[in-house]
Design a protein around this ligand. Structure first.
Ligand code: DGJ
Length: 733
């Protein structure tokens, strides 16, 4: 890994073993793109990459008379001069002008990586990454633009963000400040986005890039289940194992946009950042605005490799604290067992059975506080309901501890019910627009987390509960989109800051709570997977993946999620059958075989199982305890897509490739078919492995494949829907 500055030709080359990122100062003095892709040799001068000629109908810079932004790749394009694509940022001066022109002044190259104030970001020690900061100035606007680029030693990834500082005497409005723009010289790409809705999150959608733009965005105040702030562009022939692809992820949990725009000269522009809709940031004299971080990864080895890059990067350089790379406790959550209808006795009865089964952590979900007996009341009143918990959270936690389990509980700190003491005391603390109705979501309003005193108050209440009790886990929920966003705390010309300030408020509460209680495992949640993003993972190393706990639907949801997020982050539980969301009945073995590829736990009352099922649960817990490091932190390979087949399959392989766990799921039975072969992946081609009771070479399993005939003696032979098969594969030499 290194970053080289070629002072004569004024270009930078960031590289590691796998990738090169080359860009430089253009004839205009701004930053232009040259190359991003597989590592190439370093050269003193690559300014041939700039097109210094003009074409018919092209406007050019008056000083160079031949250079047009339109014909060149841009690093961070602006609006209004010779580039006509979507811009990465937009400033507005007090006279209404929106043109800007940032010119290179200086740069700094250093080892390691610095953090971004108030925002989550990847981190790195000095030997793990190098950072380049390029300083540019707009002399008319009196603004400095700092463009940051970090290259990692071990990952084919460049992290980018930008910062604007106002050095002038007058306020400048930032109307748009995206995190990154990547201009690429051709358009031979397909784009993959991860779209969905509640209970069907992160379904891959493939679209062809061609002249014009395609984009996804969130305007809900959260990253959302509808679109995820992670996209891939890939060559049309790229598959799981082969081919070029670029992934872009935004380390941010609020409104975002991701866009691929193809011009009529056949080039592609990829952009990502805070959604400029409803964003306007007044930059006062001396103030700085920093964008969130965008992570850009490249591979020539297929989508599987791209995913494993993000998995390893997040496990090693995004997730922090005690739970970084630590196997997650097996939990039992009471939500689908009781909903809010519980008292301490009922909970202890469920917990006792969980302890007998070998569960390590008991989680009390919604309903323990205020007057919360259904979802119409109580949010905001973070004190225990004595009718349900006579000795409070602390008392219950101690009783759970006495059963040999850790204890955790649910919160939804960003919300308030109109029927709550908090709302009655502070009706102006909810986001609401004067003179307008406030839309309700699940009978609740959103607290104005852009205001420090609101965050302080919630922090105070939660801290009090946490301080007095042996708590090991928190599930942080968030159950509605933001609407009628307006804050009483800010003047008219600062209302465009509220969405972003809200996100900063959420992060600040996370920072305080994780700082005060560093041993607590946080799981983020938002009606399931409504806020599953890299920003959240910085604070909460796992995310409740979906409220849909149906094993068959979960195969698709977890498969889609795995493109951008590590298995260690995927909250996955075994729930009751028939499933409460879909009504589908599935074997308890299949429910576990899916949930193993996640954080694993139970979302039911184990007392309600038959003796045989309970015995099976004990075995499942034993299996998970023996294998969870591999399942959660091994290298994950998608083998067969549930979106294209009646069977789905994936596997994890240990980093030393001596052990693997293979899983196959039958989603729909198929008559009169040959059993066929399924190619495994990630094994050592030269080792021999035991699989399905026989010995195979790694290359045999990965090229010829495993014939499913061998597995047929297990459940698959019955040809039933929803059966599944899992096996630990060991190397024998
Ligand atoms: C939505 C979550 O996704 C569920 O798991 C559960 O915690 C409920 N909220 C509780 O209200």
């Amino acid at each position: 890994m290194d970053i080289i500055w070629h002072s004569k030709s004024k270009h930078f080359h960031l590289f590691n073993e796998k990738i090169s990122y080359i860009m430089g100062v253009t004839p205009l003095g701004d930053l232009g793109g040259i190359y991003f892709g597989r590592r190439i040799h370093d050269k003193d001068d690559m300014s041939y990459a700039y097109n210094r000629f003009t074409l018919p109908n092209v406007v050019v810079d008056p000083d160079t008379e031949s250079y047009s932004m339109e014909l060149n790749l841009q690093e961070y394009p602006c609006y209004g001069t010779t580039d006509f694509g979507t811009c990465a940022y937009e400033t507005e001066l007090s006279n209404g002008s929106k043109i800007s022109s940032f010119v290179y002044k200086d740069h700094r190259i250093y080892e390691g990586k610095t953090s971004i104030k108030g925002l989550p970001a990847t981190y790195a020690d000095d030997d793990e990454a190098m950072t380049l900061e390029v300083y540019l100035e707009d002399e008319v606007a009196k603004l400095t633009l700092t463009m940051s680029y970090t290259i990692f030693e071990n990952y084919p990834v460049v992290a980018r963000h930008a910062a604007f500082t106002n050095n002038g005497a007058t306020r400048v409005k930032l109307a748009r400040a995206l995190s990154a723009c990547l201009d690429l010289p051709d358009q031979d790409y397909e784009w993959i986005q991860f779209s969905g809705a509640w209970a069907r999150e992160r379904m891959p959608v493939v679209r062809k890039i061609s002249e014009g733009a395609l984009s996804i965005e969130s305007r809900r105040g959260i990253s959302s289940a509808n679109q995820n702030p992670f996209v891939i562009i890939k060559r049309p022939q790229t598959d799981e194992e082969r081919g070029e692809a670029i992934g872009m992820s935004l380390v941010y949990s609020g409104n975002f946009i991701a866009k691929a725009e193809c011009d009529t000269f056949g080039r592609t522009r990829l952009l990502m950042g805070i959604n400029p809709d409803m964003f306007a940031w007044p930059l006062e004299k001396g103030a700085t605005f920093e964008t969130p971080e965008a992570l850009i990864a490249h591979t020539c080895e297929g989508l599987g490799d791209l995913s494993r890059t993000f998995h390893d990067l997040y496990n090693n350089n995004l997730i922090r604290g005690k739970w970084k790379n630590t196997a997650r406790p097996i939990l039992n959550n009471n939500w689908e067992a009781t909903f809010m209808d519980f008292d301490e006795d009922k909970i202890l009865k469920i917990a006792k059975k969980a302890a007998d089964a070998g569960v390590e952590l008991f989680v009390l979900d919604d309903g323990w506080f205020g007057k919360r007996n259904d979802d119409t009341a109580g949010l905001g009143d973070w004190t225990e309901n004595p009718a349900k918990l006579p000795q409070g959270i602390a008392g219950l936690a101690r009783k759970i501890n006495a059963l040999g389990m850790k204890f955790g509980f649910w919160i939804e700190p960003e919300m308030v019910n109109p029927d709550s003491d908090l709302y009655r005391r502070h009706p102006d603390w909810a986001l609401a627009t004067p003179g307008r109705k406030s839309s309700l979501g699940r009978h609740q309003l959103v607290l104005d987390f852009s205001r420090e005193e609101v965050v302080d108050c919630i922090y105070g209440m939660l801290k009090k509960v946490l301080e007095g009790a042996p708590v090991s886990y928190i599930k942080w929920d968030m159950n509605r989109s933001l609407t009628e966003v307006f804050s009483n705390a800010y003047p008219a010309d600062e209302q465009g800051t509220v969405y972003h300030r809200y996100v900063l408020g959420v992060y600040s509460l996370y920072e305080r709570l994780t700082g005060d209680f560093p041993d607590i495992l946080f799981e983020s949640c938002s009606s399931g997977g409504n806020r599953y993003d890299a920003g959240m993972l910085y604070y909460a190393p796992q995310t409740w993946c979906s409220d849909n706990t149906d094993a068959i639907d979960r195969i698709r949801i977890q498969y889609g999620t795995s493109f951008g997020y590590p298995i260690s982050s995927i909250g996955a539980h075994v729930s009751a059958s028939p499933n409460q969301q879909t009504g589908r009945s599935t074997p308890i073995s299949t429910r576990a075989n899916v949930a193993y590829f996640g954080t694993f736990g139970y979302e039911l009352d184990l007392n309600k199982l038959s003796d045989e099922e309970f015995a099976e649960v004990k075995e499942q817990i034993k299996f998970m305890k023996e294998n969870r490091e591999l399942l959660q932190f091994g290298s994950f390979y998608r083998l067969r897509s549930p979106f294209e087949n009646d069977q789905a399959s994936w596997m994890v392989v240990s980093k030393d490739r001596k052990k693997a766990i293979f899983a196959l799921y039958c989603m729909r039975s198929n008559v009169n078919q040959l059993p066929g072969y399924l190619r495994l992946s990630g094994l050592d081609p030269d080792r021999r492995y035991t699989f399905a009771g026989q010995m195979f070479y790694g290359d045999e399993l990965m090229n010829l494949g495993a014939t499913l005939k061998l597995l047929n003696k297990k459940a698959l032979a019955t040809g039933q829907d929803f059966v599944s098969y899992i096996e630990v594969i060991d190397a024998v030499d």
